[in-house]
Design a protein around this ligand. Structure first.
Ligand SMILES: [Fe+2]
Length: 412
């Protein structure tokens, strides 16, 4: 290998040696902490497409600048430029520049890639009793917002108190999280029980009734199911019923992986139909996994509601395994020790990841008086975009913040 010795302005990222080898088409950097990075030529050559740069070099119709064959890249020279290296590629007379910190942060080794992965923190109902509550007035502070976002990213559930009980307040808070998603329900969803003859097009939608509701994720019948939910209590049921419940769907999925690997394998590989056809406005249908895992096999999201699960549409020999797997998964999801239950007080707001955390409700007495919740949802990618902006703003940079996490939309 040809060798070059370079320095970095960041003491964490001082290379002790940099070498390149045309035969294996690898640039090898050894760092002071002993870590060794291997950067394939084609990966380095790709830097003209770095998302933060766009395509500043593009002119005319030279649309594709990647070599036709990955193995065709030829490193002509490697030079030091302050805390970066510059590489001249002789196969197409182009030059790429690489900040050393960026290279170390994006090292493609299996060890480094694993270290960058955010890991969901699994919780049971009693764990959520100890979650710190956020004060609504503190959310104007970006550091507090970052802490709340991190709580939602890592646990899927954050709790806020003392939100104004003026109707519509949740819409005002939502601007911290991203644009509010509009669906056929509109943007703001009022959850208040109504007599059967006044439910209109929402007849059959559990939120307008007063019965108990089993744990579920909302609207899994959409290809891109709902993301981050803001669930704000204006008026609890005066009789003390209608408690809200939340459970960690990822913890339940991981428990299923341990207790019945066959059922877990089925639900992570066999998409099922989810549908809603409850009124003339709803002809929703999608086919999607109940448990979504990423390329490393980590559970990233769930999509599950018994009310929107029609008889499974699968080959005959898959039908009994499907029901067996679903039954076992529901048993994990509904396990009492998994559920965090609380009667929300006026001004309480739960912020939860609908692609991870299931919600439920105890029955209540609709004759006792009005129970009123208002809810909005934010796309998960808008939420994560804001999270990364906040991380930069408050100086809480962590490589795991930059890893994509597609939740229930993961395609492993
Ligand atoms: Fe719901």
């Amino acid at each position: 290998m040809a060798q070059a010795h370079l320095e970095s302005s960041d003491p964490r990222y001082v290379p002790t040696s940099i070498a390149h080898d045309q035969a294996s088409r690898i640039v090898e950097i050894t760092w002071t902490d002993g870590h060794i990075s291997h950067f394939p030529f084609i990966w380095l050559r790709h830097f003209t497409f770095l998302p933060s740069l766009g395509r500043p070099d593009q002119s005319g119709d030279d649309w594709c600048q990647l070599p036709e064959e990955p193995g065709a890249a030829i490193l002509g020279s490697l030079m030091s430029e302050s805390s970066a290296i510059a590489i001249h590629w002789s196969h197409d007379d182009s030059t790429t520049r690489h900040d050393l910190v960026w290279l170390r942060d994006n090292c493609p080794s299996a060890k480094a890639r694993l270290a960058r992965q955010p890991k969901p923190n699994l919780w049971a109902g009693r764990d959520a009793q100890d979650f710190d509550w956020f004060e609504a007035a503190d959310l104007d502070d970006p550091v507090t917002r970052f802490d709340l976002f991190q709580q939602v990213r890592d646990y899927g559930l954050a709790l806020v108190r003392n939100v104004s009980v003026e109707p519509g307040s949740v819409m005002k808070l939502a601007h911290h999280f991203g644009p509010v998603r509009e669906t056929h329900h509109g943007t703001l969803f009022d959850i208040r029980s109504l007599p059967q003859d006044r439910q209109g097009p929402r007849v059959g939608i559990g939120a307008t009734a007063s019965n108990s509701q089993a744990p579920h994720t909302d609207e899994g019948f959409r290809h891109a199911t709902l993301g981050i939910m803001l669930f704000h209590c204006l008026k609890p049921d005066p009789s003390g019923g209608g408690a809200s419940m939340f459970c960690d769907g990822i913890a339940a999925a991981e428990a299923l992986r341990d207790s019945d690997p066959e059922a877990f394998e089925f639900l992570t590989t066999t998409p099922l139909i989810w549908a809603a056809e409850r009124n003339p406005e709803e002809r929703f249908r999608t086919r999607a996994l109940a448990i979504a895992t990423d390329g490393a096999g980590v559970v990233r999201g769930v999509r599950v509601a018994d009310r929107t699960l029609p008889p499974v549409d699968l080959d005959e020999d898959q039908i009994e395994p499907a029901y067996r797997a679903l039954r076992l998964f529901f048993a994990e999801l509904y396990a009492p020790n998994r559920i965090f239950e609380r009667v929300l007080a006026p001004g309480d707001m739960a912020v939860f990841d609908n692609q991870r955390v299931l919600h439920a409700r105890r029955a209540f007495d609709r004759e006792a008086g009005e129970r009123h919740i208002q809810q909005v949802s934010i796309e998960r990618d808008e939420f994560h975009n804001r999270f990364r902006q906040l991380a930069e703003q408050v100086g809480r940079f962590d490589l795991s913040n930059w890893e994509p996490d597609a939740g229930a939309l993961c395609q492993s």
